[in-house]
Ligand binder design. Structure first.
Ligand SMILES: [Zn+2]
Length: 242
């Protein structure tokens, strides 16, 4: 490996990737270029540095289409002109909608089969929903309204924060179902939605089990967090969604 002349750690790591990692995985990357990407999962996760989707899922290149934002939130689907609307909490929706665009692309073009919403313990976005943000952080303040319905009317104890983190995940799943292309794919049985809460200190994902209405550790869960929004066929052949 070539040492970076200026000793910059980030530059050293870039060279390590190229010199040490890439040669052993070259074919896989080149296949993904030749054949294009066909990820089966859209992963919407919090930006938190301690949440590492590839480690958690064991995924490699080409397997996850990832959107990360503060809190792992899903903005409301907007009919018509996004700039002319406000969300339920009165925050303006003007601007560019990266998360919304990624959801549209993943479902309509990539035709992903799963969407995962992944929140986590000790989430700064959820804590800030109780404690507020600096006045200058105007976009952040507006963005955090996407968790407002999950906030509990209590002091932000560790238990309340944990509960709010989980409630926020379910809230985003519900919002996803307002995206026409998501609802359509779910109802056609082509897409399933999964709500996850990652407990950093335990190294374990807790998956939302819609039947039990609760989050269960992945070690004991019977499914990877399939929500109520997956069509399943009853014994009489009737397709149920909700
Ligand atoms: Zn977070």
């Amino acid at each position: 490996m070539t040492e970076a002349k200026d000793g910059d750690e980030l530059l050293t790591r870039l060279r390590q990737f190229h010199d040490n990692y890439f040669p052993h995985h070259q074919q896989r990357f080149q296949d993904l270029v030749a054949q294009g990407q066909h990820p089966k999962t859209l992963f919407i996760g919090c930006s938190d540095s301690r949440l590492v989707p590839y480690l958690l899922t064991g995924a490699g290149p080409g397997e996850l289409f990832i959107v990360r934002n503060v809190g792992a939130f899903v903005p409301p689907y907007i009919m018509g002109d996004p700039g002319a609307r406000t969300n339920g909490a009165g925050a303006p929706l003007a601007g560019l909608h990266g998360t919304m665009a990624a959801i549209e692309f993943a479902v309509l073009s990539l035709k992903v089969e799963r969407i995962v919403i992944c929140g986590h313990s000790h989430c700064g976005a959820i804590r800030a929903s109780y404690e507020g943000v600096p006045e200058e952080a105007r976009a952040l303040k507006a963005w955090l309204t996407l968790a407002q319905e999950a906030v509990l009317p209590v002091q932000p104890t560790p238990e309340a924060l944990r509960r709010t983190e989980q409630r926020a995940v379910v809230l985003q799943l519900e919002r996803l179902m307002d995206y026409p292309m998501v609802r359509r794919a779910v109802e056609a049985g082509q897409l399933s939605l999964h709500g996850w809460h990652y407990v950093i200190e335990d190294g374990e994902i807790h998956v939302f089990d819609a039947q039990q209405g609760d989050f269960l550790p992945a070690s004991v869960a019977s499914n990877p967090g399939t929500g109520p929004w997956r069509a399943w066929v009853e014994h009489d052949g009737q397709i149920l969604v909700d």
